[in-house]
Write a protein that binds this ligand. Sequence first.
Ligand SMILES: [Fe+2]
Ligand SMILES: [Fe+2]
Length: 130
Amino acid sequence: MTLIEWKEQYSLGVPAVDHEHRELVDLINGLYANLTGPGTDITVMDFLGELYARISAHFALEEKIMRDSKYDEYVDHKIDHERLLDDIRDLMDDYEDGEYVDVERFAERLDQWFSEHFRTRDARLHSRIS
Ligand SMILES: [Fe+2]
Ligand SMILES: [Fe+2]
C-alpha cells in the first residue's frame, strides 16, 4: 500500500536529489506496506522508529553537505528538518502513552512538509552548491 504518492511538486529538477527524495518516499511506502500487509508483526512503533531513522539519515547527509560548504542558510534549514523530526517523536510519545496514532493523517502532514521543504529549502540548497 502507498502512504504518500510522489508528485510533481516534490521535484526540484536536480536529478540526483530527486532520485534521493524518490528513494526516501519509496522507503516510507515500503515501511507502510510492511505495517499494513497481511501476516505482519510490525507495530506502529516499529514503523515510526524506522521512519524516523530513515528520514533523519537523509537530513544528516544534507546537513553535512551544508556544513562542508559553509552554506549560509544552514541553521534555518536544519530547524525545518528538526520540526519534522519533533513531530515524529511526538507521535511516538503519543503511541507510547496509549493514544491512538492515525498514520494516514500523519501522512498528510508529511506530504505537506515534503512539498514545501523540497521546493523551497532543498531547491535553494542544491542550486547554490551544485
Ligand atoms: Fe532533502
Ligand atoms: Fe532539507
